[in-house]
Design a protein around this ligand. Sequence first.
Ligand code: PMP
Ligand code: GLN
Length: 451
Amino acid sequence: MQPGMVRGTVGGVINYCNRVVPISCCAAKAIMSRRLHARRLDGIDKNIWVEFTQLAADYKPVNLGQGFPDFSPPAFIQEAFCKAVSGDCSMHQYTRAFGHPHLVKNLAKFFGRVMDRDVDPFEDILVTVGAYQALFCTFQALIDEGDEVIVIEPFFDCYQPMVKMAGGTTVYVPLRPKTNDGKALSSADWVLNAEELESKFTPRTKALVFNTPNNPLGKVFQREELKVIADLCVKHDVICISDEVYEWLTYDGNKHVKIASLPGMWERTVTIGSAGKTFSATGWKVGWAMGSGHILKHLKTVHQNSVYHCATAAQEAVAAGFQREYECFGKEDSYFLQLPATLHHKRLRLAKCLQSVGLQPILPQGGYFMIADVSSLKVDLTDPTTAGEPYDYRIVKWLIKEKGLATIPVSAFFSPEHQKDFQNYIRFCFVKEDSTLKAAEDIIQQWSEKK
Ligand code: PMP
Ligand code: GLN
């Protein structure tokens, strides 16, 4: 594929080598006179990660785009994986459908301690192919035709198509930057209006979904903010879906609080987690959903009739990881303390670099992304291939193609109705080697000198 061509926008399909071939070369050319694809796919064929990952592959920029570490997972978990694949032959075969017993026992023990409650390994946990599949099972299991799901924005983009595929409708409520002399400086300055949130509940509301620490903003919802959400879920008898994949990544004394631990919430919350984020191994695709067995049993029905179970060896390695973290919980050796300590410095370094060229970053309280207002940039956005796209999409594509730096447009994390209000921001990922951050800094500095 030629640089500048984006997969799916040029009449091509993806072949087994992961390249685009023209539809005319393809045996799947319109053989049916009837409509081919299911209606539930209407309008959800574009995907930000597919599009921008392909651009990054084509132009090979310094990559602060897609959220993955460019360094290895900790040695202890790599060793656990090697041990799993080279040991007992059972590691190469099917395991229990809803989670490898060694893993669910360790997750239950670990999160039981975190939440100070009994978590039943076999009732209250479902192990999935990454957090993505945990979210998919949740929406498929709980959302019916006509149901509404309240989504707090900015939101991880897959919530919308997943709700749609389940037959539901998304209803949005944005976090808005409150002004500090006209400037929001930290993700803590982005707040939810409780009245606006309450106004979104209707008799059709079945669930509310949100993400803390938030991708892309980095907001860590504080206990009082969670209480507002929890009280409304209880009052309106609604399920809460809490995506907590960045739960260990918090800074400046911010504490991640599980909404499931608030009074009355365990019974109505599905908490989503990811070993990919937890152990810096996004390619392993081990995730989980956790919650009361009376909810989880329905997620299991979806899982047993779709994926059935996830890779045994990867689950075994993650089990060993959680066992280790249980043993060194709260101690210096804990990876769940070491990773945020390392990222804290990278975060400040990136913020400083952006500020030095007059950009205004929003300092994240958690996660591994930072957004910055780029409306002050004076760049030549005359590329006809991006005409009509939101400002942030055009800036990001220009940055990749002309400056060799990949980031992600933030309006992708907003609904169509709010996108135009949030298209001045782009997202930088800082879970990267210092050498990668240095290369990005050089690009940003050089470019600002030439402005
Ligand atoms: N939720 C959020 C907020 C994410 O950023 C991601 C991306 N990792 C996911 C879910 C999916 O996680 P996984 O890679 O474990 O499927
Ligand atoms: N969660 C990752 C991010 O926000 C990417 C997920 C994906 O590539 N599908 O960057």
